[in-house]
Design a protein around this ligand. Structure first.
Ligand SMILES: Nc1ncnc2c1ncn2[C@@H]1O[C@H](COP(=O)(O)OP(=O)(O)OP(=O)(O)O)[C@@H](O)[C@H]1O
Length: 376
């Protein structure tokens, strides 16, 4: 590994403090010890020299996208259900198979020793709806925090829900949200962003909003619940569904690595079922939560503020009967496919429809709207 320490770098654009000193002065990096791998490469183990404490190190090629990831992640810290960032370095690093050193952001994070959420669910001997509700509560707490800061995570998937430590019982474990690689700050769009999935209703709604604003008849809501945030809520719905039965709500007839047209159609139509075999032991309240989260129209979809107050999250009325999900999730290949499908669906949902863009509130030309914005 070769290191150079470039300029002191405090990005004016992001207000993010990045150390330009060499990370190896402060941490011993175990370059060969991978804690897990994502598209940006392995996350490694590192040890703080003056305390001996262990941390996780994510290495990102320095770019605007990487800086946005780190900035938005940092902004959401600290929170008990969000992986904490402790240090960020910008060092020039050359990995063994690289011809030249490249500028990288080295993100020192809290070490999550318990692995991924679904791996722990598989190990549970008596996994119940009550436990699923308790897990959901932690996930929702993280999402609530992000959304309150006007940040949408947009990559809420099982692989990004990590456990603080290994435990016999999921009820006692802290779950934290990781990977802000797709996080996005809402810039105050008048109406939700939309994707090709939902073009028709959203286009109509957006056009209606624009007409009303142009005529000065309507002031856009102060903190609109944007498309990006509703995408997180859809993910929470899918994650709850899988926890309760072991398979996803939307799946293709035959296993496929690609998003099939039939799958797209099912998601767009909100076409999923609660098959009796696994769902007869699940409460109506849980089904109600899922139905409101998998609502096709993002505008009508339950918000995190609504979910956090839902009685199901208290877990008091959730049955303590053992669910079939851990047994179903034992099939590693099937589970891998489930996670792959979810990741794919998120990719599709994140794709903005560039054919129709609404102006941010701040660039509004309408004089009445301008006046009202000033008055806020
Ligand atoms: N703080 C952490 N402690 C322990 N392991 C971690 C930590 N952060 C990430 N990991 C492991 O590394 C994997 C990849 O991390 P992360 O999702 O942040 O990387 P990525 O390159 O952005 O991945 P993706 O392909 O999901 O976008 C995780 O799935 C997890 O197994």
């Amino acid at each position: 590994m070769t290191f150079h320490c470039p300029r002191m770098d405090e990005s004016a654009q992001t207000n993010m403090v990045i150390k330009s000193s060499s990370i190896v002065e402060d941490y011993e990096v175990r370059w060969r010890k991978s804690l897990g791998t994502g598209v940006s490469g392995p996350v490694r183990l590192c040890i703080k020299r003056n305390t001996g404490e262990k941390y996780a190190l994510k290495c990102l090629l320095d770019s605007k996208k990487a800086r946005t990831e780190v900035t938005l992640h940092q902004r959401c810290c600290p929170h008990p259900n969000i992986v904490q960032i402790y240090d960020v370095y910008c060092n020039s690093v050359q990995f063994p198979r690289e011809a030249v050193a490249r500028s990288r952001l080295l993100v020192v994070m809290e070490l999550m020793n318990g692995g991924e959420l679904f791996d722990q669910i598989i190990r549970e001997r008596h996994f119940t709806e009550k436990k699923a509700a308790a897990i959901t509560k932690q996930i929702v707490s993280a999402v609530f925090h992000c959304h309150s800061l006007n940040i949408a995570h947009r990559d809420l998937k099982p692989e990004n829900l990590l456990l603080k430590e290994k435990s016999e019982d999921l009820q006692n474990v802290t779950i934290k949200l990781a990977d802000f690689g797709f996080a996005k700050e809402d810039v105050g769009l008048v109406t939700p962003q939309f994707t090709p999935y939902y073009v028709a209703p959203q286009v109509l709604e957006a056009q209606k909003q624009q007409r009303l604003e142009r005529s000065g008849l309507k002031t856009p809501p102060g903190t609109p619940y944007t498309y990006d945030k509703s995408c997180d809520m859809w993910s929470v719905g899918v994650i709850i569904y899988i926890m309760l039965c072991g398979y996803p709500p939307f799946f293709p007839e035959t296993p496929s690595k690609q998003m099939t047209p039939n799958m797209k159609r099912k998601i767009m139509a909100g076409e999923y079922r609660f098959p009796k075999n696994e769902w007869s032991v699940v409460s109506d309240m849980a089904k109600d939560v899922i139905q409101r989260l998998l609502e096709v129209d993002p505008v009508k979809r339950m918000t995190v503020q609504q979910l956090i107050h839902h009685t199901w999250l208290l877990g008091e009325e959730a049955p303590e009967l053992a669910l079939l999900s851990p047994a179903i999730m034992q099939d590693k290949d099937a589970l891998h496919e489930v996670m792959h499908a979810h990741a794919q669906q998120l990719t599709v949902m994140r794709t903005p429809d560039t054919t129709f863009q609404l102006k941010p509130l701040t660039s509004a030309e309408n004089p009445i709207l301008k006046k009202r914005l000033k008055a806020r």
